[in-house]
Design a protein around this ligand. Sequence first.
Ligand SMILES: NC(=O)c1ccc[n+]([C@@H]2O[C@H](COP(=O)([O-])OP(=O)(O)OC[C@H]3O[C@@H](n4cnc5c(N)ncnc54)[C@H](OP(=O)(O)O)[C@@H]3O)[C@@H](O)[C@H]2O)c1
Length: 345
Amino acid sequence: MGSADQTGCQIWGPLNFIHPEKARSLYIEHVYEHYCKYWCSTRQGFLRKAKTFRKEDTDVNMTGKVCMVTGANQGIGYAIAQAFASRGAKVYMVCRNKERGEIAVSKIRSETDNKRVFLEVCDISSLQQIQTLTSRFNDTNQPLHVLVNNAGGLELTRRESEDGLELNFATNVAGMFRITELLQPALKKAAPDCRVISVSSSRMYLSSLSMSLQFDDEGKFNPMEHYQQYKRLQVAITEYWAKIYGPQGIGFYSMHPGWVETEAVRRNNPKLYEKQRKFMRTPEQGADTVLWLALKPRSKLEQGGFFIDRSARAKHLPGFGTSYTDESFSTTMRVVREKCTLLMP
Ligand SMILES: NC(=O)c1ccc[n+]([C@@H]2O[C@H](COP(=O)([O-])OP(=O)(O)OC[C@H]3O[C@@H](n4cnc5c(N)ncnc54)[C@H](OP(=O)(O)O)[C@@H]3O)[C@@H](O)[C@H]2O)c1
């Protein structure tokens, strides 16, 4: 699982004169801020990389394809649903709020002139609501060609879902895990032209796998730290699915959309948002790699890979100390499965 790590001070010579742990955290902060955030994630980073993009990769008609996008009423999810609908796909938009969902569906229908855009009301943090949605969908006997696990976000205080799961975990991890597992019958019907794309974040580079998934100790609740742990888990879960379901003709990919001007960013840090808006990507730019992953022939994509701006990227950065053993990987996947009340496949 990832390459062996070195410590930051071994990598960055100039920091050898200070304490190794301090050097390591300075190194990580420097690389993350400059490389992940400003070099790769900004609008300028996207435009620089977009010069290498091939128009024909996304100029593809999707008529006949059935797609589902979670968290689709705004932000990156909305842009993804719109991109699929404008290419003729049948799109199911999974939204937790009926009113906001209906507005988004009718907007996309009129913007794209595609009437095959439908609302599925489901709070992705609720195990029962996912059960209801997936049973209803599987009962239609339709294939599902593309599932995008996009719904997610950051809860700044410790709250629990209706199932007693910490809410960030319930939305970002349990929701994604359960919907994908329970939609296997529909996904398998679309195989081998079938893929599951999960919207993670470059913040996952700052975290390894954690055994403590519920953060019961309130004093230690640190939302950003937990967010990045869950984003790391999404990448690991994608690797896990690639191993167990990949051979059945389903592609699994995780990706980082970049730093995108959305409601989530505005709500969580309004001051930073106002100051940095001009550096942020549009939701369409954030959605670009998802669209590309949905359209590129599967044989050209790295199974279980993590992607930024239409390229497979490393899942661990040197010196970040985030690699994990096969044993902790298997244990974590078992714990996630138990939390989602799912049996082994
Ligand atoms: N924006 C960035 O810079 C950035 C960077 C890296 C990764 N991401 C990831 O990108 C994804 C989309 O985020 P965004 O920036 O587009 O945020 P956003 O504008 O806040 O959109 C999030 C969407 O997810 C929905 N959602 C949240 N919780 C849900 C739940 N429990 N059930 C169903 N839907 C739910 C929201 O619905 P409501 O309207 O009802 O709240 C909304 O439609 C997230 O996974 C986020 O972690 C974003």
